[in-house]
Design a protein around this ligand. Sequence first.
Ligand code: HEC
Ligand code: HEC
Ligand code: HEC
Ligand code: HEC
Ligand code: HEC
Ligand code: HEC
Ligand code: HEC
Ligand code: HEC
Length: 487
Amino acid sequence: MTHKTSAMLMALFLSIVCLQFVLITPVAAKNKDKPVEILKGFKYMSKESAQCVSCHREKTPGIYAMWGASKHYRANVGCYECHKAKPSDKDAIKHKDFTISVIVSPKDCSQCHAREVKEFDASHHASAGNILGTLDNVLADVVEGAPLLNGTSPVVTSGCMGCHGSIVRVESDGSLNPATWPNTGIGRINPDGSKGACSACHLRHNFDVEQARHPDNCGRCHLGPDHPQKEIYEESVHGVAFRAHIDKMNMDSSKWIPGEDYTAAPTCATCHMSATKDLPVNHDIGSRISWNLRAPVSFKIDAKAKKAGKKVKPWLQRRKDMKSVCTACHGRNIVDNFYEQLDSFVELFNDKFAIPAKQLITALKKEKLIDSVKFNDKIEWTYFYLWHHEGRRARHGAAMLAPDYVHWEGMFEVAHRFYMEMVPEVKDLIEKARRKGNNKGADRVQKVLDRILNSKMHRWFIGKKPPKSWSPSDDDNHGFKTEKVKK
Ligand code: HEC
Ligand code: HEC
Ligand code: HEC
Ligand code: HEC
Ligand code: HEC
Ligand code: HEC
Ligand code: HEC
Ligand code: HEC
């Protein structure tokens, strides 16, 4: 087939798509300013897909069966509609009489699901592949691994990239490099340049919403010592209610609005993505959260963009949206009070431990009491545990109602790490510096440590009486103020 005829066929195909395919109709009355797309499929299956199916029914019965159970099947969206490729595509392969690609990227899905792709593309999920050069990446590339498989550390391939996404490399024959594929990390970088993998959440070839809404779906990546959202959810009252009443959750309903279609419990998707009576489904999972609870020191989610002069959705609006999820099942007061508890918790973590710990590490580096090589000093591991594991667990626990994570798995460990490891290690490094003759550096770090230990929240540790009461804001704040929440 010449390029010209294939281009004509493509144009014909697209016009058929436009004509008989997408139909926009308003959904629930209260949602009427935000029309939701209802996609109607094709009347018939394309003749290309019919050929794929006739052979694959036998060759890959599993894929055939899963696709056969999907809404795509019922809408006559076949193998070819998703897998077709232009000969000029980087990952195009000749397959029987067709040009296809194995990878079906968000760009391919966007032919029919433009809104979801646009929202996803603007989210932190889509950029989760940009972890090269981060502190965690030093761990996987150097500390834990070495670049063995096609120039990539196997720890990165089977570990980090499994959740974050690989940069998919294509060989000259169109086949996919085994160090980079298979992979459905959430921020995968595809051969066509698009970001992400929809099948990170929508397992192929069912692509059903029921599976995507289940907390286990998000829990595939959101678990473990440094971001245990799955475990936190499971021990929260919401997780308890979910497991007790899953049969009343109406998980496969096409419209899924809390308060209308279910009330038993919220899942991760309910709070972070799904529609409410006022909000449409949103594939930007950050669109309802106000804090960044994973950084060494927490900040409001829009703070960096605001500083850079970029216009993004303000944190207060994001919080308002989350509250509108909660109030589908709860009264106003319990929700407002919950946020007061959350804010005061995050501010405490910041002011008491995160900022002082960061100041100590910064001072040690600046005064050359430790060198610039990452993770070769004990105290760097101590600090990493404090904010990246324990401090995150505590903050995530407070955000999603898990007291055990707030305290025993969280702040208890943070406090132990700070007083019993970090402070003694700083003292040792000061001693060591004096022995080596770096008295000036030692003095400066000592000054930082003394200021911290004499501050209101820490002076109990050196045997001084703490004040009867204090709040982080009337402490000396270590030169930093957590942004206060406007009431
Ligand atoms: C005549 C039979 C036949 C037809 C027609 C056919 N396939 Fe296949 N296809 C196969 C077989 C067999 C395999 C498995 C090859 C293997 O085991 O590596 C395969 C593999 C594939 C793969 C995986 C390729 C890889 O490199 O991993 C995809 C994707 C695929 N087919 C899609 C399609 C699509 C889309 C169509 C229609 C446009 C189609 N096939 C038509 C027989 C067929
Ligand atoms: C809604 C879009 C969609 C449809 C329809 C679809 N696929 Fe896929 N398929 C995907 C996605 C997404 C992947 C994952 C590839 C990737 O991006 O890593 C995939 C992967 C595959 C693979 C490689 C993975 C494996 O398990 O071997 C094969 C083979 C395949 N599809 C065959 C088919 C066949 C045959 C049909 C029709 C019966 C079909 N697909 C229909 C989206 C689709
Ligand atoms: C089990 C899945 C999983 C693995 C494996 C994993 N991560 Fe993550 N990573 C996540 C999740 C989920 C988050 C978001 C946590 C949150 O928001 O609380 C994250 C967050 C991060 C962040 C912070 C991004 C930001 O916006 O602040 C970095 C950097 C990072 N990971 C790098 C890595 C590196 C490098 C590796 C391998 C050494 C790795 N991760 C392994 C799931 C994973
Ligand atoms: C973080 C997980 C996640 C990712 C990644 C994801 N989705 Fe979804 N998607 C969901 C959930 C959960 C729902 C169900 C929302 C609800 O409750 O109705 C959904 C629903 C949908 C629907 C049904 C219509 C709608 O908007 O409710 C479509 C279509 C869809 N997703 C397409 C995509 C496409 C295309 C991509 C890739 C750009 C993608 N999704 C990536 C979780 C995800
Ligand atoms: C050629 C058009 C087309 C392409 C390409 C396509 N879809 Fe769909 N998709 C549809 C139609 C039509 C429906 C609605 C079927 C219905 O509601 O009955 C649908 C429904 C869905 C749903 C909702 C299923 C449910 O249980 O309600 C999800 C999720 C989804 N698609 C994901 C994807 C993903 C991910 C891709 C890319 C890998 C993709 N689709 C590619 C046409 C397409
Ligand atoms: C395949 C892995 C994976 C899956 C599945 C996944 N996530 Fe994530 N998620 C990540 C990673 C990695 C990050 C961190 C991205 C970054 O900042 O670089 C993240 C970040 C987030 C964030 C923080 C967003 C922000 O703007 O700060 C939220 C909220 C989130 N995910 C919710 C969810 C929910 C809800 C689901 C399920 C519907 C889900 N995730 C499924 C890997 C995943
Ligand atoms: C009852 C609603 C609710 C449920 C259920 C829920 N979350 Fe959250 N989530 C929140 C709230 C509230 C926050 C903090 C909001 C803020 O910062 O304003 C949050 C924060 C987060 C963050 C941001 C962490 C960071 O590092 O910045 C991630 C990631 C996340 N949730 C993932 C999940 C996952 C995965 C699940 C399911 C296992 C889940 N959530 C279940 C309400 C919920
Ligand atoms: C789909 C319904 C639903 C949604 C949405 C929902 N919850 Fe709940 N929530 C429940 C159920 C069920 C319980 C357990 C019964 C009860 O205590 O009312 C509960 C309990 C609670 C409790 C009581 C905990 C205790 O120890 O007494 C708080 C606080 C709470 N939820 C906060 C929230 C917040 C904050 C949000 C939004 C970020 C939210 N909920 C969203 C259903 C929901």
